[in-house]
Write a protein that binds this ligand. Structure first.
Ligand code: FAD
Length: 377
């Protein structure tokens, strides 16, 4: 029986564990730094058909339909005037019974945990050190050691485990933007609404059939290094107020008093793509590569990467990184381009951007190249 250590109990680690769980050939343990998982998080997540197809293979299609929403369109608006610029019909990319889906993150985590026996997850534990002997020996923060055949590193954008394996690399950077997240009840527009403004954008979408919506804004912010890592700043009421006021003043969408549970956090992205040359060691999800969130692909790519690592281990292959790097480059280019285009500020450039957007969303070839290439894995 092959023994596999999974570091991190997020979307990528849990999806990978689900694949192993269905297979008697593997024994695995998930090591999670936190004391428990957050089930109360009501914020949303968008999952495009590439990950839905993979999730459906482990039974996601049986999730209570009340807890998910299948958007049909992404509508683009000018945030200031609320004039509609254009829309994309995303049902074009749905196939078989795989539909673009939005839901609460907590419900996705609950679904991924459903088939994982409790004893498989060891909470409050981090990796301290790794020794590559005949097997992979992992020294843990509880002063115990365990040996494994494979190591799957899924501990997110700040991956401490990756920095143990590649100590010389400082691989993440502040994206000069902060996220502002909240919930809205009874928003007037169904489907996904994307509002483009000067140095910011925000997206509102339903997270279930109960008229609950997710609000997420990405706002350009130049912060000093000390501020970026200051958790108290992001929890500070005045800082939150300054961010929300900035949005309220720059849009005619009536948001004031409507957004609940507002939180903010800095956005970090990968500086470069670093892979492991150590035997049987795989980085997945944000630990492998974290994109700017403007293409809503991080979780979907995490699920794809976990599937590919599972196939690699099952088939004794060695092409995981080659294949993944190609996909990362495609997604990264689109994520960074979206971020740039969404935040344009010069009125003349914005005028031409909007005309170009109107033309492009009607061009089947372009949509297939820009979205289809990513959504059809
Ligand atoms: C504002 C924002 C909006 C986004 N929206 C979307 C979206 O709509 N759609 C989409 O597809 N993606 C979205 N993403 C990206 C997506 O959230 C991430 O790509 C995805 O969660 C990555 O999953 P992961 O499992 O790799 O990492 P994580 O979800 O970060 O999980 C990592 C896990 O490892 C644990 N951990 C951390 N350090 C250690 C350690 N040293 N030892 C053990 N455990 C550890 C953590 O506690 C956590 O449980 C968004 C990202 C942001 C910032």
């Amino acid at each position: 029986m092959k023994k596999i250590a999974i570091i991190g109990c997020g979307i990528s680690g849990l999806y990978f564990a689900n694949l192993l769980q269905k297979n008697l050939e593997y024994d695995y343990t998930i090591f999670e730094k936190r004391p428990n998982l957050d089930y109360e998080d009501g914020y949303g997540i968008q999952l495009s058909v590439n990950s839905i197809k993979l999730l459906n293979k482990i039974g996601f299609n049986k999730i209570n339909s009340y807890e998910v929403f299948n958007p049909k369109e992404i509508s683009f608006f000018d945030a200031k005037t609320v004039k509609k610029i254009c829309k994309i019909d995303i049902t074009k990319f749905n196939h078989d019974k795989n539909y673009y889906t939005t839901l609460k993150r907590s419900n996705l985590i609950k679904f991924l945990l459903k088939n994982i026996p409790e004893e498989k997850i060891k909470f409050n534990i981090e990796v301290r050190d790794i020794e590559y002997l005949a097997k992979i020996k992992i020294n843990l923060s509880n002063n115990q050691s365990e040996e494994f055949d494979y190591l799957v590193v899924a501990d997110g954008v700040f991956s401490k485990t990756k920095s143990i394996i590649l100590p010389e690399e400082k691989n993440i950077e502040f994206n000069n933007s902060v996220a502002l997240r909240g919930n809205i009840k009874n928003y007037e527009k169904e489907d996904i609404s994307l509002y483009l403004g000067k140095d910011f954008h925000f997206v509102i979408y339903p997270v279930n059939q109960n008229k609950e919506f997710n609000f997420i804004s990405i706002i350009k912010k130049n912060l000093k290094n000390a501020e970026v890592f200051d958790v108290s700043l992001f929890n500070d009421d005045n800082f939150l107020k300054s961010l929300t006021n900035e949005i309220y003043n720059k849009t005619s969408v009536q948001l004031e008093g409507k957004i609940e549970n507002i939180k903010s956090f800095p956005i970090f992205v990968s500086r470069s793509l670093k892979i492991s040359s150590k035997k049987n060691t795989y980085f997945v999800g944000d630990a492998l590569y974290a994109y700017p969130p403007s293409f809503a692909q991080g979780a979907s790519q995490s699920i794809e990467a976990s599937t590919e690592v599972f196939e690699e281990i099952k088939n004794n292959g060695n092409g995981y990184y080659n294949k993944r790097i190609k996909k990362i480059k495609l997604v990264n280019l689109r994520s960074r381009l979206n971020h740039f285009i969404f935040h344009l500020s010069n009125p003349i450039i914005v005028f031409f951007r909007n005309i170009i957007l109107k033309i492009l969303v009607k061009n089947k070839k372009f949509l297939e190249l820009y979205l289809g290439k990513i959504y059809r894995n």
